[in-house]
Design a protein. Structure first.
Length: 94
């Protein structure tokens, strides 16, 4: 079996604290969190929680609606970040 090399060229993050490693680290150092009230959940009778830590994707990470409509939220976030990370590096498969 032929060995392949992998080079890690950076880090990424998708969190309620931000979608940028430096911004998320700064918010953590300032004792911030991504938890917020979700008043729109009031209409869901059987759902008792009103707190969440949603991930807000920046505009440059949003994926086209046509592609996103077949995915759940987690899949859309994973896809957006995969595209963001892979596109600049233009990986080569040999």
């Amino acid at each position: 079996m032929r060995k392949r090399r992998v080079v890690i060229t950076g880090m990424g993050i998708a969190s309620p604290l931000g979608c940028d490693v430096d911004a998320a680290a700064a918010r953590l150092q300032n004792n911030e969190h991504g938890i917020r009230a979700m008043p729109e959940w009031e209409s869901i009778g059987h759902f008792s929680s009103r707190l969440a830590a949603p991930v807000a994707l920046p505009d440059h990470l949003e994926i086209p609606r046509k592609a996103a409509r077949t995915m759940g939220r987690v899949g859309a976030i994973a896809s957006a970040h995969s595209n963001y990370v892979v596109t600049p590096s233009k990986p080569r498969v040999s």
